[in-house]
Design a protein around this ligand. Structure first.
Ligand code: PLP
Length: 390
């Protein structure tokens, strides 16, 4: 008899034999640099809560107040009954932080990308996308009816060659600001120059740049001293900001257009006021306490130096420091050995990164201490060499 579950079972078996089967880790504590996993205390070096704003007392207090006043759910989509003054306040705060005319909040960064790209580019248009862009950008391109042209990673000569092959066609150039698996930074001057020269929209995803790069954590534009130059500045509130939600900011025209055209914005119930309040207070904390950002940047320099001094190649100006291991099984082995020593670091493998480039993706937080980073570097050195000789 034909068993309708056969196909799924076979695929799961295949994933297991290829070391690609995934499962979730359950954390039994809040997201800080010290967590409890499986009943054990671990140093966490893989969180996106780069500025430790998830557990910040001032954020929690503000959320409690808004929860008490507005309750738990929002009761509607943004264009019906789901926009409260708390939502409007968040959008004003984002626009102020990013120094733009206006901002719009989506329910997640993923939903922002899958909503924005199909709204901006349709049939007959082109989307030029970096080969290492985040999956949500790739899915946004797939949902759009536009032609997709992938250019080599951060390679502006390749991008220009591909633009020239499509003379006169309208469209968008889209790139991560900080690449999520490699931690490197987009060539913004090159990208913006090409977009303006060829009449294309520039779109940058600030997920890992917001709160991390630029002297006051305002992101990629601040890092390059190019504020106001990107047409469509998108980001997420779920990483350094410590809350939830995606955003886009730019001109009033852009925002009005997206309010009317972005389907993932229009056809989903808005986030709760309490979540919005966490985001607003998180951004306020970044604006009020640039020293948090500076502490994170100091940690990045210290940790790279600690790793280098132990013979581990590490080079990053962002909170993401990839340590490439290569083979998937070996990366999983190193992760397991580190865990036994009290360090929780996620191994990242195909399909998130290319096959054979599995890695430990170190992510730093402003609260990591020098002792912790030295301890991590020692443990990493030991575990990499142990995994090699098994
Ligand atoms: C995390 C991430 C997203 C998705 O944001 P969420 O709010 O988690 O949905 C989008 N783009 C990039 C580059 C990311 O790293």
């Amino acid at each position: 008899m034909n068993n309708k579950w056969d196909r799924m079972e076979r695929e799961l078996e295949r994933l297991k034999s290829d070391n690609l089967f995934r499962r979730m880790t359950v954390f039994e504590s809040p997201q800080t640099s010290q967590v409890k996993v499986g009943g054990q205390q671990q140093h966490l070096f893989s969180s996106n809560s780069y500025l430790d704003l998830c557990c910040e007392p001032k954020v929690k207090e503000h959320v409690r107040r808004v929860l008490e006043e507005y309750g738990s759910g929002s009761g509607g989509s943004r264009l019906t009954t789901g926009t409260t003054s708390i939502h409007a306040e968040l959008e004003d705060t984002i626009a102020e932080f990013k120094r733009r005319e206006a901002a719009l909040v989506f329910n997640t960064g993923y939903m922002a990308n899958v909503g924005i790209l199909p709204a901006l580019a349709g049939k007959g248009d082109i989307i030029y996308s970096d080969e290492l862009n985040h999956a949500s950008i790739i899915d946004g391109c797939r949902l759009s009816k536009a032609e997709l042209v992938i250019y080599r990673h951060n390679d502006m000569a390749d991008l220009e060659k591909k633009i020239k092959a499509h003379p006169g066609q309208k469209g968008v150039i889209v790139s991560d600001g900080v690449f999520s698996m490699d931690g490197d930074i987009v060539n913004l001057p090159g990208l913006v120059e090409l977009a303006n020269r060829y009449g294309l929209l520039s779109m940058i995803d600030e997920a890992h740049a917001t709160g991390v790069i630029g002297d006051t954590g305002r992101g990629t534009e601040e890092y390059y001293g190019m504020e106001g130059s990107v047409d469509v500045l998108m980001g997420t509130l779920s990483k350094a900001v410590g809350g939830e939600g995606g955003f886009v900011c730019g001109s009033r025209t852009l925002i009005d257009y997206l309010i009317n055209k972005a389907r993932s914005f229009i056809f989903s119930t808005s986030l709760s006021p309490a979540t919005m309040a966490a985001d607003t207070q998180g951004i306020r904390m970044i604006m009020e306490q640039p020293q948090r950002v500076q502490k994170l940047q100091e940690n990045i320099r210290y940790c790279c130096a600690a790793l280098n001094s132990r013979g581990i190649k590490a080079e990053s100006e962002t909170a993401i420091i990839p340590v490439i291991i290569g083979e998937e099984g070996r990366a999983m082995k190193v992760m397991k050995l580190l865990k036994e020593r009290g360090y929780y670091i996620s191994a990242i493998r195909y399909p998130t990164v290319a096959r054979g480039s599995a890695r430990l993706r170190l992510a730093l937080m402003s609260s990591h201490t020098r002792e912790e980073m030295d301890g991590l570097a020692d443990a990493l050195k030991e575990c990499i060499s142990l995994a090699e000789y098994e």
